[in-house]
Design a protein around this ligand. Structure first.
Ligand code: PLP
Length: 371
């Protein structure tokens, strides 16, 4: 089976993990600091504005804690969004307010968000779908105008850029994912950017038990095991084993991105010749080429095409199944573009391990669907 996403981890990562084992310190330590320093250079951001975390989902939960989102508050998010984002909002007893997306890019824009703003709106959580940046400046302006927190789910858009600035650094907070399905991985893990350095200081406590590090003394004259707690924190840190994998992945990630870009180009070159489907629009900004989504013109064709590909050992899926359709969220939003997207879109394999032969097979199998 040709997989839709696939990690590239090998001997460099193993060697780095071996070193961590041999150091006898496998918890959060020096290697995490190295990882933060290395990635801060890649996204052109001060290390003081960054903190590692155990997953992007946990980062989303933490963001709502940090901004004090609570019962009765509303948080706007695209319906085509990560289910963990919906869960994070509901877990605070706040209301997720789902907004529509662009029919082709599956991204939100300032208008679709503004339509949903009420005096209860406290935050907006956006996603740069497939790695293509949203028109983020408009969204930043809108959120400032209404005094609403802007959180960027940056899980799809590792090193994507809007006007040369990395996505994830436009809002009040941005969150990256390094889970096993992402462009680069640490097994599981994430990174948080906060515009306000004080928010990073707060998160540092919130993701480690609320422990007040200044409350305990190291002095041999003291009871050095005493401590105080500032907030009812959880334990959501990244460790040195994960960070060691991340440091190695960062050295290779430019080549991953290049390969993905080439496959993306080849797909568009070949598949745009087919009159029964739409290929994704090119962006004038920088994509990280996380997903490649085609859209059949007939809604009837999408499921049939997915089955045809799977019978030929090519795995595809539609990401992300609209949250407003999930019973649990009990939403009565009417979102016509999202409905279109749900019935026409299919994400086909895109990752750096695909061989030329596999890419050709995928293209030909799609062409064969309507011959
Ligand atoms: C993978 C993903 C996440 C969650 O990341 P984890 O690190 O697995 O928690 C969030 N949002 C989007 C869009 C994702 O694709």
């Amino acid at each position: 089976m040709i997989q839709i996403y696939e990690p590239s981890v090998g001997k460099n990562e193993l060697q780095a993990v071996k070193k961590v084992f041999e150091s006898k310190w496998i918890g959060k330590g020096k290697v995490v600091n190295t990882f933060i320093t290395d990635i801060s250079k890649k996204i052109n951001t001060n290390t003081n504005n960054l903190i590692t975390i155990n997953s992007c989902t946990e980062g989303l939960f933490q963001s709502l804690d940090l901004y004090g989102i609570s019962e009765g508050d509303e948080v706007i998010l695209p319906s085509v969004s990560w289910v963990g984002t919906g869960n994070a909002i509901v877990s605070k007893k706040a209301k997720p307010v789902f907004c529509d997306v662009d029919k082709r890019t599956l991204n939100v824009n300032a208008q679709t968000i503004e339509d949903k703003i009420t005096n209860k709106t406290k935050a907006v959580i956006i996603l740069h779908y497939a790695g293509v940046p949203c028109e983020i400046n408009d969204i930043v302006d809108l959120c400032r105008q209404y005094n609403i927190k802007l959180i960027e789910d940056n899980a799809n858009s590792l090193f994507s850029k809007y006007n040369k600035q990395n996505t994830g650094t436009f809002g009040d907070m941005g969150i990256w994912s390094f889970d096993a399905m992402k462009i680069m991985t640490t097994g599981d893990g994430g990174l948080v950017y906060c515009r306000d350095v004080n928010d990073i200081k707060k998160l540092d406590k919130m993701i480690y038990l609320g422990w007040d590090s200044s409350s305990s003394s190291k002095s041999i004259e003291s009871k050095w095991w005493q401590y105080d707690v500032l907030v009812p924190g959880r334990r959501s840190i990244m460790n040195d084993i994960q960070a060691a994998i991340g440091v190695e992945q960062l050295k290779r990630v430019d080549s991953f991105l290049k390969t993905r870009k080439n496959i993306h180009k080849k797909y568009t070159l070949e598949l745009s010749k087919l009159d029964w489907l739409d290929t994704p629009k090119e962006t004038k900004h920088t994509s990280s080429y996380y997903m490649y989504h085609i859209q059949t013109k007939e809604s009837d064709d999408r499921d049939k095409l997915a089955r045809h590909l799977r019978k030929n050992n090519i795995y595809t899926a539609f990401r992300y199944y609209p949250l407003h359709k999930i019973n649990f969220y009990d939403s009565d939003e009417v979102l016509p573009n999202t409905d279109y997207v749900e019935n026409h879109t299919l994400c086909i394999p895109l990752h750096q391990n695909l061989t030329d032969n596999e890419v050709t097979k995928i293209i030909n199998t799609i062409k064969d669907f309507k011959k």
